[in-house]
Write a protein of this length. Structure first.
Lengths: 421, 283
């Protein structure tokens, strides 16, 4: 080998090493980006899973509540607002000024009277007695306790007056302020008050949407894929259909939303803001993904299987349903789950069909107005209250958890049911 | 077209339905009963003609080998016999093929029924990725041949036995069929084919993917199966054709050049092209 040959070899080797390093750098960079994203979300969001509560002694006085007995109907009719207020006044007997007292009572969440009512519902015998209850604190106080609002800040920028901070310090010394695990975040619907807002309504809404989406897109997608791949004659028309299915997969999701708005809501007058409509729109989006995945899996099944079955006297449909489709199922399911995961995170089309509405109730069926996870994130992210910052991140954590779960299911299915032939 | 070169021993009249429904009569020339008769079969793939006027009779309980160079149309002809060409787009078959005197391209004939009578074994072993049992039981199941589980078990066992595979797999009937060795897989495919008790078994180069030992086993099996079944085998190996077959047909560029008793064809070919091929001068 001559001088030139050696040089070329060396050059080639260097190019190889260079390329490897570029690859390593690319992986490192994307890893860093992911790490930063996750750390930010985790560090902001974790506190949302805790809720600050305040220990107060509430006098469950019949007359103050305005009821005569502790029966269910009576308890539900009662007024708990004033006794809850009175309970916090009692902690600070020195505070008598009216506006000061208003500040004092605002340290408890506006949902606190309901908590008192719920306590009484569960413990009817405590009527007429004094009950020591942990009631949810107001959002700003919650943020102060979690350290998201710094005490050192100037009063103007802090959003909490110095007096409230001093009361908070007093209560903390008394042991009347404590953090609890925030079950409400995972079990209740949305609220205007950050300390009461939860994602359960959005989770249920998203679940119904995905259910509708799956029930429509999965059978339709498989039927379309089987027909196109196995039965359809290869001509101009099927070619055009094929190209358009691929194009459909690339259509921006908001356009599907507009379609849903124009056709489903305005023409067919389906109920607005419901998972039913959301699911149909998402199904349109997921359909091409499923068709493409299913067709690819069908194509990967060797022809010898079809021929073997048909030579045994199976009809084409039998050959497909007995042999080909079962072999194509793992790939199809993987594609379906990935399509559904995509649908779970889709926001834009849902905005168009009104799922962006503020809905407190947890939906009981796909026909009821409902929130959905990605839109919930969007709604909280644009809320002004300090308390919604952590909720936003926590909701992102919830949606990421579901996405991870779904992808894990896809990987599991792929490895578990993949067959070799 | 008088392609018949066989000795005339006894004539059996067989009615063959011609295309227009008129009945032509062909006089076979041997003692052996004819199972499949083809008359002037032409096959087209789109505009391209792949087979030219093939007239061939296949005797009952005989092994008929089809030999010839690659692309000569022998597999195409084989696939006409159980209408596997139907699924190939743009493929058109002309002429008459009869099975026991009945045209297999008769529109009234259900192709499912035909394939129950004419089984097929492919070049590459293609067991279904299911258990050995399910592979063999598939045919009887879809054709409703077994009334009970016991009967099905019996069919599966018999078929595996006749394919000479039962002893090797009896302890793992419910393991996947794809886990077997190549030769075992091919015998499984044969067991699968004979499970529906066909009249004819078509074999498309059944040994080309197998080693010599597995090949020898399949060949022995074919000789055993000959007792009950009519076998048509396409093969690249002239030695194989010479070893197993009773009659051999030589195909070249879409034509059936010569057909005759195997010993005659290999020792005293009548046609120049046959001789050249057998002597290895082309192909």
């Amino acid at each position: 080998m001559g001088e030139n040959g050696n040089k070329r070899l060396l050059k080639r080797k260097r190019a190889e090493i260079r390329f490897q390093w570029i690859g390593r750098f690319a992986i490192f960079a994307s890893g860093c980006a992911l790490l930063i994203l996750l750390t930010t979300i985790l560090s902001t969001g974790t506190t949302a899973f805790f809720r600050t509560k305040m220990l107060v002694d509430v006098q469950l006085d019949k007359e103050a509540i305005g009821i005569t007995s502790a029966s269910r109907e009576q308890v539900l009719q009662g007024d708990y607002y004033s006794i809850t207020k009175q309970a916090i006044y009692n902690l600070f007997p020195a505070v008598t000024d009216r506006s000061d007292r208003r500040d004092l009572s605002s340290m408890l969440s506006s949902g606190a009277p309901d908590e008192v009512r719920d306590y009484l519902l569960e413990n009817p015998s405590s009527l007429g007695k004094v009950a020591s209850l942990w009631l949810t604190a107001e959002s700003n106080l919650d943020q102060l306790h979690k350290g998201n609002i710094k005490k050192e800040l100037d009063e103007v920028h802090r959003g909490i007056s110095n007096r409230v901070v001093s009361w908070y310090d007093f209560l903390l010394r008394e042991g009347r302020i404590k953090s609890f695990f925030n079950i409400g975040f995972l079990s209740s619907g949305d609220s205007r008050n950050p300390e009461q807002a939860g994602v359960w309504g959005a989770i249920v809404g998203s679940f119904y949407s995905l259910l509708v989406c799956f029930l429509i897109s999965f059978p339709m997608g498989i039927a379309a894929a089987i027909y196109l791949e196995e039965f359809a004659p290869k001509n101009r028309i099927t070619e055009i259909i094929e190209v358009n299915i691929n194009n459909l997969a690339a259509v921006p999701s908001i356009i599907f939303g507009l379609l849903g708005l124009a056709i489903l809501l305005n023409t067919f007058e389906l109920p607005r803001s419901t998972p039913l409509v959301g699911g149909i729109v998402l199904a349109l989006m997921t359909l091409p993904t499923i068709i493409i995945a299913c067709r690819a899996s069908l194509k990967a099944v060797p022809d010898s299987i079809r021929q073997g079955a048909m030579a045994m006297g199976a009809s084409k449909t039998q050959a497909i349903f007995h042999h080909v489709l079962p072999l194509a199922m793992p790939g199809t399911l993987t594609g379906t789950i990935i399509g559904l995961a995509q649908a779970l995170g889709e926001t834009a089309p849902l905005l168009m069909i009104g799922m962006v509405a503020f809905i407190v109730d947890v939906p009981k069926s796909p026909m009821e107005p409902s929130a959905s996870l990605p839109v919930q994130i969007y709604l909280w992210a644009e809320s002004a209250e300090r308390g919604f910052v952590e909720k936003t991140s926590a909701a992102i954590m919830v949606i990421l958890a579901f996405l991870l779960l779904m992808n894990a299911a896809a990987v599991f299915l792929r490895t578990r049911f993949e067959r070799r032939w | 077209m008088a392609m018949d070169v066989r000795e005339r021993k006894e004539s059996v009249e067989i009615a063959i339905e011609a295309k227009g429904g008129s009945v032509a009569s062909v006089k076979p020339t041997r003692q052996v009963q004819t199972t499949i008769a083809s008359k002037n079969v032409c096959v087209y793939y789109g505009d391209k003609q792949a087979l030219f006027n093939i007239s061939l009779e296949i005797g009952k309980c005989e092994i008929t080998a089809l030999i010839g160079p690659s692309g000569c149309g022998k597999s195409t002809f084989l696939r006409c016999l159980n209408r596997m060409n139907d699924v190939i787009e743009g493929c058109r078959v002309e002429g008459v093929i009869t099975l026991d005197g009945r045209s297999i391209y008769d529109p009234k004939l259900d192709v499912v029924q035909l394939r129950e009578q004419v089984g097929m074994v492919f070049q590459k072993p293609n067991p279904f990725p299911k258990s050995i049992y399910d592979n063999v039981a598939y045919g009887p199941r879809i054709h409703g041949l077994a009334d009970s589980k016991d009967q099905l078990d019996q069919i599966v066992e018999d078929s595996l036995r006749r394919a000479g595979l039962f002893e090797e797999v009896k302890d793992r009937l419910h393991d996947s069929g794809t886990g077997l060795s190549g030769g075992q897989q091919q015998r499984l495919c044969i067991a699968r084919a004979i499970a529906v008790n066909p009249e004819v078994i078509l074999m498309d180069e059944p040994c080309s993917a197998l080693d010599p030992i597995a090949t020898a086993k399949i060949e022995d099996l074919m000789l055993e199966l000959k007792e009950n079944y009519t076998i048509v085998i396409v093969t690249h190996s002239m030695q194989q054709a010479a070893r197993v077959s009773d009659r051999t047909g030589f195909f070249h560029i879409g034509e059936l050049v010569e057909v005759g008793d195997t010993s005659q064809l290999f020792q005293k070919p009548k046609e120049k092209r046959t001789e050249d091929y057998i002597r290895g001068r082309f192909g």
